[in-house]
Design a protein around this ligand. Structure first.
Ligand code: PMP
Length: 457
């Protein structure tokens, strides 16, 4: 993710955030608790509070937030219904190294919403859930290797931290992008077990299974790439993956950490009608309270247990998160919340298109209205390599202006725009966002034209 260093528009004052940064960086690496929260020494924002679809920073600047904590905020920040439930959870007393009755209540709700979730185990984060899913697949199949899709992201554990190095890859070249670790500290030996395929390339998928299928424990896929422009897998691609996994005895793991309980009640797997062996959900499960889950086919899930795959954790099924999840999932299941937020996304996409079309700026969208990628090319990308060929400079520049104008989006075009129910219920949210987008687009056009003129001199 690129750190922004551009001049701040006059109306946004970040004096207190800047001072906080200078203090924090002495104690916290980069002054933050997650590297992606660092947006440059003079642009790192410290939040005072959030409510609904908005956040306020410590300088008092208000923002409409389309990052939504990378997705968990499905209803809105500080949702009264979920927070009241979390308070009831607090009265239970924390964690006990024993189980509570509510685990079954929430698991029953999940099984009702997600047909693949015959059995459920709770985790605290997406990383933990996917790590458990891969271990389960390995335990169940007795194999070690696994297949990843370019542009996918599955969390911060070593096995998942391999990616296609598209940034250093030449579009149109006959070579595949190199498989590289996300950062330092990831042992290269782990790479020997991983394989990587480009999304939506049916032939490559078949070839890979032909060569390695009998050694693979799992194929991991995000059918909507929540960390990569919300690139969509084609339904035929996911069906082929299902079929190849069946033929080769490989566990299909659909990672719905971002898409789950967001794009539909049953996730992207429900919309595509593909049933994985194992699936992972996190973010939207508890509207931001830390809870995740690994779920799947009964026969596979029974491999968790004595003599099988290890799973547990001190904080799993914490009473507060579990109570929040019970209420959040009830709302998502029983009310039109998901339609409300998708409707807001559709209106926003239409509005952005009106602005861009009026200026002749070619663009397209990928993903789903509840989490969409805005892409500056005529057709949306169907794999990660296509992102490289689009004009992401325009996006990155525009994102910086949007922050100054009170709209929070990720400063990197690979992160989708997220919607929450509160956006759809907030009467002025749409018009405010579109007014800011219009201004940001014009400022971007001006800035890039000025850069071109300077370059031509
Ligand atoms: N899988 C996917 C698809 C994700 O988007 C993420 C987080 N962005 C993870 C796994 C890891 O989740 P967490 O950050 O909760 O560990």
């Amino acid at each position: 993710m690129t750190a922004q260093t551009k001049t701040v528009l006059p109306h946004r004052n970040l004096t207190k955030s800047n001072a906080q940064f200078r203090r924090a960086v002495k104690r916290l690496p980069l002054g933050v608790s997650s590297t992606f929260r660092y947006w440059g020494d003079d642009r790192t924002v410290y939040v005072d509070h959030g409510k609904g679809g908005r956040i306020w920073d410590i300088d008092g600047n208000g923002y409409i937030d389309h990052r939504l904590a990378y997705g968990p905020t499905i209803l809105g920040y500080a949702d009264d219904r979920v927070d009241a439930a979390a308070r009831r959870g607090m009265e239970v007393g924390g964690v006990f190294a024993l189980s509570t009755e509510r685990e079954l209540v929430v698991a029953d709700r999940i099984a009702k919403m997600v047909p693949a979730a015959e059995l459920v185990r709770f985790s605290n984060s997406g990383t933990e859930a996917v790590m458990a899913a891969l271990r389960l697949a390995r335990a169940h199949t007795g194999r070690e290797q696994y297949l990843l899709v370019e542009g996918g992201y599955h969390g911060l554990f070593d096995a998942a931290m391999w990616m296609a190095d598209v940034e250093d890859w030449k579009p149109g070249s006959n070579d595949d992008p190199e498989m590289v670790p996300y950062g330092k500290g990831i042992p290269p030996t782990v790479k020997q077990l991983a394989h990587l395929v480009p999304m939506n390339d049916m032939q490559r998928l078949e070839d890979t299974f032909k060569r390695h299928g009998d050694k693979l424990a799992a194929m991991l896929i995000e059918p909507i790439q929540g960390n990569c422009c919300a690139i969509m897998a084609r339904v035929e691609y996911v069906r082929l993956a299902r079929d190849l996994c069946d033929r080769h005895g490989v566990m299909l793991i659909i990672d719905e950490v971002k898409s789950g309980f967001r794009v539909g009640k049953g996730g992207i797997q429900g919309l595509m009608g593909v049933v994985p062996d194992i699936t992972t959900f996190a973010k939207a499960v508890g509207n931001g309270y830390p809870i995740a889950l690994v779920a799947g086919r009964e026969e596979v899930m029974r491999s968790f247990g004595h003599g099988g795959a290890s799973h547990g954790g001190t904080y799993t099924a914490h009473s507060v998160s579990l109570a929040a999840a019970e209420e959040c999932l009830r709302i998502l299941d029983e009310t039109p919340a998901l339609e409300t937020l998708a409707g807001h996304g559709r209106a926003l996409m239409a509005g952005i298109s009106r602005i861009l079309d009026a200026r002749g700026i070619v663009h397209s969208y990928s993903g789903h209205p509840s989490m969409f990628g805005l892409f500056f090319d005529a057709v949306p990308p169907d794999n990660y390599r296509a992102w490289k060929t689009s004009d992401y400079t325009f996006y990155d520049t525009m994102a910086g202006y949007l922050h100054d104008l009170g709209i929070i989006v990720e400063p990197d075009s690979r992160e989708p725009w997220f919607m929450c129910e509160a956006h759809g219920l907030d009467a002025s949210c749409l018009s405010e966002t579109l007014a800011a987008v219009e201004r940001a687009v014009d400022l971007t056009v001006e800035e890039l034209a000025a850069q071109d003129r300077a370059g031509a001199k």
